[in-house]
Design a protein around this ligand. Sequence first.
Ligand code: NAD
Ligand code: IPM
Ligand code: MN
Length: 332
Amino acid sequence: MPTGSERVVLLPGDGIGPDVAAEARLVLEALVPEVELDERLLGGAAIRATGSPLPQETVDTCLSAVAVLKGPVGDPEFDAADVRPEQGLLGLRAALDTYANLRPAMLGDVDVLIVRELVGGLYFGARGTREDGTVFDTCEYHPRQVERIVRRGFRLAESRRGLLTSVDKANVLETSRLWRRIVDELAPEFPNVRVEHMLVDNAAMQLATTPQQFDVIVTENMFGDILSDLAAAMTGGLGLAPSASLGDSGPGIFEPVHGSAPDIAGRGIANPAGMLRSTALMLEHGLGRPAEAAALEAAVEIALVNTPTPDLGGRATTSDASDAVVASLERA
Ligand code: NAD
Ligand code: IPM
Ligand code: MN
């Protein structure tokens, strides 16, 4: 048995997930052949095989690994079902308590890091249907949940350009007023960080018009979900955007920002860059291998220019693009 420190769990997921996960496997086998990839089920694939989107065996295997590399989950087949692939993903994030979801978006003079709270808010609050047919989802945050993600945002801003934009809807929501208060309470601990508060609707407009103004954005779960797709679109496209979900200890989850893309699934044309950049984040944050991470980042950059997939206006297939990545890794 390989030790946990040498074992990564690979969760291919659904739709284009298995395509991009297969390319991540090839890249890791070329770059760090000593790391074992333990493939498990999550999402729609897991429902079909076991009835559950998150089999206990998957949770246990992830908990004892050094990191989890994950493709997207989701399948239109289950959209109206009671048991859905996305429940598996939320369960996994909660089980690993990966509360800090880092979503970098970089292009030219734009370099923004979205720090999204990942295990609270509307995604995890009370929900249900009342007798009269009213359906409800609840946004809930405990001060401790806010404090730990905001602190993470401050530390990251401190290590970058020193600007923290806290995004909320404090003109309407109680949870946002709590959020704003905690940001202001923590600010004196970080004298080298300039803090600004921004309402989420304005933040979307500012991201779409002048994304260069941002350094670190810290925000709650749902706002971060929406703003991170926008930030991806502003910096090259959804197919390119990676993410790292980290807790305080234990394995992180590394996954692209995009979904299972049912509209192009099975056609072999998905852009593998988001998955490969997530693999680079895993090499850096999960496996402590910054040199390999930088080499992979650089190889993806080259492939994006020379071997673009259709979403970038090119004609390369998924495997053409990742072959180009492996080839440039081998040349380096
Ligand atoms: P999506 O991100 O799957 O697709 C949005 C658009 O972007 C589509 O036109 C798609 O073709 C394109 N796109 C996405 N990734 C691409 C890639 N790598 N290369 C080229 N084009 C790409 O969003 P959606 O259609 O709203 O959601 C589809 C499913 O994915 C849903 O079931 C949703 O729940 C799920 N989803 C999962 C995750 C995740 O597992 N982290 C993230 C987002 C959505
Ligand atoms: C993401 C996805 C997920 C989310 C869904 C699939 C549950 O959109 O990772 O951005 O909303 O967190
Ligand atoms: Mn999303």
